[in-house]
Write a protein that binds this ligand. Structure first.
Ligand SMILES: Cc1cc2nc3c(=O)[nH]c(=O)nc-3n(C[C@H](O)[C@H](O)[C@H](O)COP(=O)(O)OP(=O)(O)OC[C@H]3O[C@@H](n4cnc5c(N)ncnc54)[C@H](O)[C@@H]3O)c2cc1C
Length: 287
């Protein structure tokens, strides 16, 4: 491993000042489950690690019925799994967090690290995007917020500037008669990186679909909203046939690659199946 300096700031402002001082050569360290293998394999060679673990304000979950959910970036996947507000109001986040790695990885890995590492298969991105989450970002110039779906710019790339941290995720209150489901496809029962994952959130009014957000993971350079599939559902009763049509549309919108874990054709077939299943399961839950 290449030598680096190590800093453990005790405030967010101090961490941001350290990032600014290192001009892109300083890297935030959260749980380290993505970053440490990168350091060991020399895929990342930072001059300094800025450890965020002492920033207790970045870890935690709060919920309010009128404003929704706030999850600090340093919140671990295990924290998400143990939280009753999430289990009660946003169970799709528990579903996704429960599929990540192993107990050890979930105890250490954070939601912020999962999103900022920005691999196309990051499991927390599709459910958060399907719920309409906003990213709260803080840097030398102050705080800004943007929709999480606009946070990713490419594999391992985000809108974050060198001196910016992701500090939290905000999720709006769930709409009446709405539900969301996350499904992940892999060939192993545990420690599996998604070959495809899909999160669908649907809301209903007077028996028909009033809105849908379908987000695909691991089938494009960034998490992808399947907007044509979503638009097929609007104002219609969500039947098995319509869900299958939406699945077909989503498969066409996906931009997968062939790699050691699956071909383009295989991934499109899985997108079709998972989209259709997430929609039908979400519809059943919303009822
Ligand atoms: C064995 C194993 C299994 C895994 N299984 C899965 C899986 O099933 N699904 C899945 O999605 N992932 C999986 N992962 C990947 C990883 O565990 C998760 O992505 C985890 O959430 C990363 O979080 P972390 O806190 O460890 O991030 P770190 O490794 O600390 O950081 C990751 C990146 O994000 C940056 N960063 C972290 N926090 C911030 C912040 N607040 N602001 C700005 N930048 C920040 C870091 O600089 C670094 O570039 C697995 C990893 C391992 C080792």
């Amino acid at each position: 491993m290449q030598a680096f300096d190590y800093f453990a700031p005790t405030s967010v402002d101090q961490a941001i000042a350290m990032l600014a001082q290192h001009k892109g050569r300083g890297v935030p360290l959260a749980g380290g489950t993505d970053l440490l293998p990168q350091l060991k394999n020399k895929l990342a060679t930072p001059a300094a690690l800025i450890d965020l673990k002492k920033l207790s304000s970045l870890r935690g979950i709060s919920y309010d019925a009128s404003s929704g959910l706030r999850i600090g970036a340093m919140t671990t996947h295990s924290d998400i799994l143990a939280n009753r507000d999430i289990a009660g109001h946003y169970p799709v986040l528990s579903q996704a967090a429960g599929t990540i790695g192993s107990v050890q990885v979930r105890n250490r890995g954070t939601v912020g690290g999962n999103l900022c590492h920005a691999v196309p298969s990051a499991d927390m991105a599709p459910p958060l995007i399907a719920l309409g989450a906003t990213a709260v970002i803080q840097g030398s110039a102050g705080q800004r917020e943007l929709l999480l779906e606009d946070f990713f710019t490419g594999p391992n790339q985000t809108v974050l500037k060198d001196d910016e941290l992701l500090v939290a995720l905000k999720v709006p209150p769930a709409a009446q008669r709405s539900a969301a489901i996350f499904l992940k496809h892999g060939v192993r029962k545990a420690m599996e990186i998604a070959i495809v994952c899909v999160a669908s959130c649907v809301s209903f009014q007077d028996g028909v679909c009033a809105g849908a957000r379908i987000t695909l993971g691991a089938v494009a350079p960034t998490p992808l909203r399947a907007r044509q599939a979503e638009s097929l559902l609007s104002g219609k009763a969500l039947t098995q046939d319509l869900a299958a049509q939406a699945g077909t549309a989503a498969a066409q919108e996906a931009r997968p690659i062939t790699d050691m874990r699956g071909s383009i054709e295989y991934r499109r077939a899985i997108v079709q199946a998972l989209t259709s299943r997430t929609l039908m399961q979400a519809a059943a839950l919303a009822r």
